[in-house]
Design a binder for this molecule. Structure first.
Ligand SMILES: [Zn+2]
Length: 380
């Protein structure tokens, strides 16, 4: 097995496993749900059966014609470990083939202090926990790591992560050298977008957006059931869509970007400037203060800024669904009035945008990373 899997965009086999995770389906049902040809499904399912990841159930005869053979995922045939790296902690999830979790853990993390050893130790924790339980270490197929910043999954390099303080760090190869399985790293919003494609909005939409709000603002873009990356994997820098050249300064060095209004630190700074609080509030503090009319107005105006920018993307891509994720999703009830009004006013063709807020925690990024490494390990 190669120490670092060549990055593959094709998630089809992982999509089939995720779909079967909801219950057995025959090949023509899989083809219909995923919009695939019969021959393509036959080829992919043959490979999954050969790997022992999927098994055939007793044929079902219903009327004339050939009996249909339902397929079932063998959830415990393999596992993947997903890690979400945050500036202060690491969240890990060990995931079965159907996407269900075997276990979840959280460990403290310091990105400035030998981070590769800390991440290798975090993996060792999961491997050790599962040596004699239902998830033997031999069945862990790979480790996926989700991080904030500009990440190149094909080389395993963190090109730029201001939040972790890393530049051109070959994390993938360094970590793979310490582990018995392949390692795949990717941007955290894209990892969560992959999880949303497999287990969330992707179950009813082929084209959708994932809006990540928290200490930054990012966007995952799914078009034709594929996560859009763009050259060098930098697509989705929605946080730096310009709103007002005279607006507040942004982390990127420009002024008036979406992030300079919507990020948690920007909202906290604005609340102080407006005299709504003397403290620098956290996301939970902002939510708790939302009963104050001044704070409610600030949050509604911020929702409107976000809604106008999203309307621009919806008009260009003609997507009809949006999933909101990220630490700041707790503010959504207060951002939502301004957001919905701005989207309705700004979207030309599809005013009925299907917006869902995902009950969200750190593990969503980790779960997405586990999905990505599963796709790579099945492909290789
Ligand atoms: Zn910016």
């Amino acid at each position: 097995m190669p120490s670092h899997p060549r990055y593959r965009e094709d998630l089809t086999r992982t999509e089939i496993l995720a779909l079967l995770g909801a219950g057995p389906l025959n090949r023509s049902e899989i083809a219909a749900r995923l919009g695939l040809g019969a021959a393509t499904v036959t080829e992919h399912t043959r490979r999954l059966v050969a790997l022992g990841y999927v098994r055939e159930l007793a044929p079902q005869v219903s009327g004339p014609g050939r009996p249909r053979v339902p397929l079932e995922v063998v959830a415990d045939a393999a596992y993947t470990l997903g890690l979400r790296v945050h500036p202060t902690h690491v969240v890990g999830v060990l995931v079965r083939l159907d996407g269900s979790e075997v276990e979840r853990f959280e460990l403290p993390f310091d990105p400035a202090n030998d981070p590769v050893s800390q991440l290798a130790d975090a993996c060792a924790h999961a491997f050790a926990e599962n040596t004699d339980a239902a998830a033997p270490v031999s069945r862990i197929r790979g480790v996926g790591v989700a991080l904030p910043g500009v990440i190149d999954p094909s080389t395993g390099t963190v090109r730029l992560s201001p939040r972790l303080g890393w530049t051109d760090m070959p994390l993938g190869p360094l970590l793979a050298a310490r582990l018995p399985v392949p390692v795949l790293i990717d941007n955290d919003t894209r990892a969560s977008t992959t999880a949303e494609l497999l287990f969330g909005a992707g179950r009813s939409h082929d084209d959708f957006l994932v809006l990540a709000i928290g200490d930054g603002v990012g966007m995952g873009i799914v078009l034709g059931r594929r996560v859009h990356r763009g050259p060098d994997g930098v697509a989705g820098e929605f946080g730096h869509v310009p709103v007002d050249p005279a607006g507040p300064p942004c982390m990127c060095g420009r002024r008036g970007c979406v992030e300079a209004y919507v990020a948690d630190y920007a909202l906290a700074a604005r609340a102080r400037e407006l005299g709504l609080t003397e403290e620098t509030l956290t996301v939970d503090g902002l939510r708790d203060a939302a009963g104050d009319p001044g704070m409610a107005k600030l949050l509604a105006e911020t929702g409107a800024i976000l809604g106008r920018a999203v309307a621009g993307v919806v008009n260009v891509l003609a997507v009809r669904a949006l999933t909101v994720i990220g630490e700041s999703h707790v503010l959504w009830p207060h951002l939502e009035p301004g957001f919905t009004e701005a989207v309705a006013a700004g979207v030309v063709a599809f005013p009925d945008l299907d917006v869902r807020v995902r009950p969200w925690d750190d593990s969503a990024h980790a779960r997405g990373a586990a999905s990505l490494v599963l796709a790579a390990s099945i492909a290789s």
